[in-house]
Design a binder for this molecule. Structure first.
Ligand code: CTP
Length: 399
């Protein structure tokens, strides 16, 4: 998602500097051009060689470094880097660099480069809780915020110094998410409200058992993530999954098909686009036993009742201009069955996939889908769920 983007990573002297190596590696995996600038103190915690190996680039520590390769044009490095950067992130950011940024002090390569940058700047403070909460640090952070610098809240927990509290560098995956949110995509869904459902539902049998399905939630979460990166106001109604909710989405956790119906219909009228990727149970046990059902020698039958079909309800109550997209998971006769659902549920599009096709369906990181509208059928190649999500949003936006 960061192909063609230049990210400057400023690393300062906090014990969390080791996590910046993981961040650099993750940015490389997103195909960013990563340039690392370390302060002298940071280089006492982690070697510049670590970053050089991860980024295939010289890690800069010295403003007056004149060690150019012979064929390298002589550049004023801090200005050249500042011009090249699409984004700068200082992670971990010590109280010292935050103070220097607030006052415009430029006395080493990182602070000098920061002063020359006009691109978005992210600062991820990491320090002892007392230092973080100190009025001086908070005042400096307030100055930076006012200037448009985005401050990433430190997380709480056991700190390296043994204290417990706020001041930990968030996990590198979270930092990458903040970077993606800034520069990965054009904000072509800004101002749009999008509701996504994801994951399975659970229909209780007794206090310890339930009926569910194999949905991992990955497809729905990829859609919610992509929509948020493109600037939409995203609500994600999610069944129980083991995924981290994407940054910036409103998560509404649900369990049963009835919960899903209530959560969705509470906000559906105000949505521009609704995408129903959840694998909703069609049946639930008629009665839920208060006590654990004990086994007996004979067979056991469960009486099942139909759940509400949320998508069908939405299709029947669709406000003017709203785009409604369903999913259809089939095991045979994909297009005809999906097309029948498109019509029956009054949808604008249905995303159909066949669970029996390799690389499609539950739990995988890829999918093989067909976009079906009233007048068109578009068969997509196998691709990552992230790419399916992006293509789906392109089509819905065109609509
Ligand atoms: N859906 C729903 N509520 C239900 C069942 C399904 O909102 N009780 C939605 C799903 O989120 C999906 C679409 O309807 O977007 C199609 O779901 P699917 O299970 O493929 O089809 P069903 O309509 O349930 O029909 P069948 O199970 O017979 O294939």
């Amino acid at each position: 998602m960061l192909k063609g983007k230049t990210v400057l990573l400023g690393v300062t002297g906090s014990i969390a500097a080791y996590k910046a190596a993981d961040l650099a590696s993750r940015l490389m995996k997103q195909h960013a051009q990563v340039h690392v600038i370390m302060t002298e103190n940071a280089a006492k915690f982690i070697s510049p060689i670590t970053f050089e190996t991860l980024t295939n680039r010289k890690c800069i520590t010295d403003t007056f470094d004149r060690d150019y390769p012979s064929d390298h044009p002589v550049e004023v490095e801090h200005i050249a880097l500042a011009k090249k950067a699409d984004l700068v992130i200082v992670a971990p950011a010590t109280a010292n660099i935050i103070a220097k940024m607030a006052y415009g002090i430029a006395d080493d390569m990182l602070s000098t480069t920061l002063l020359a940058c006009t691109c978005p700047v992210l600062v991820s403070p990491a320090m002892n809780t007392k230092m973080y909460e100190h009025p001086a640090t908070q005042a400096n952070l307030a100055v930076l915020r006012q200037r448009g610098v985005k401050i990433i809240e430190p997380s709480s927990g056991l700190l390296a110094c043994g204290d417990e509290g706020k001041g930990k560098l968030p996990e590198p995956a979270v930092l990458v998410d903040h970077i993606l949110a800034e520069i990965a995509c054009p904000k072509d869904l800004a101002g749009k409200k999008i509701l996504v459902t994801a994951g399975p539902t659970r229909e209780a049998i007794d206090p310890v058992r339930f009926i569910t399905n194999h949905s991992s939630g990955k497809m729905g979460y990829a859609i919610a993530h992509a929509a948020a990166l493109r600037g939409a106001d995203v609500t994600l109604v999610s069944g129980p999954v083991s995924l981290t909710p994407p940054l910036g989405v409103k998560l509404v956790p649900i369990s049963s098909a009835h919960d899903l119906f209530c959560a969705v219909t509470a906000v559906s009228a105000e949505q521009d686009i609704i995408i129903k990727a959840a694998a909703v149970a069609d049946y639930r046990p008629v009665t839920v036993s208060d006590e654990k059902i004990k086994k007996a020698d004979n067979d056991l039958s469960l009486s099942l009742a139909r759940t509400e079909d949320t998508l069908q309800y939405l299709g029947a109550h669709k406000p003017e201009g709203q785009i409604l997209c369903g999913f259809a998971m089939e095991t045979s006769d994909l297009e005809n069955k999906a097309r029948a659902k498109l019509k029956k549920k009054n949808l604008d599009m249905i995303v159909a996939n066949n669970v029996k096709v390799a690389g499609a369906g539950f739990g995988t990181d890829t999918n093989v889908v067909t976009f079906i509208t009233k007048d068109n059928t578009e068969q997509l190649e196998i691709m990552s769920k992230e790419n399916v999500a992006m293509k789906l949003l392109d089509r819905l936006l065109e609509m």
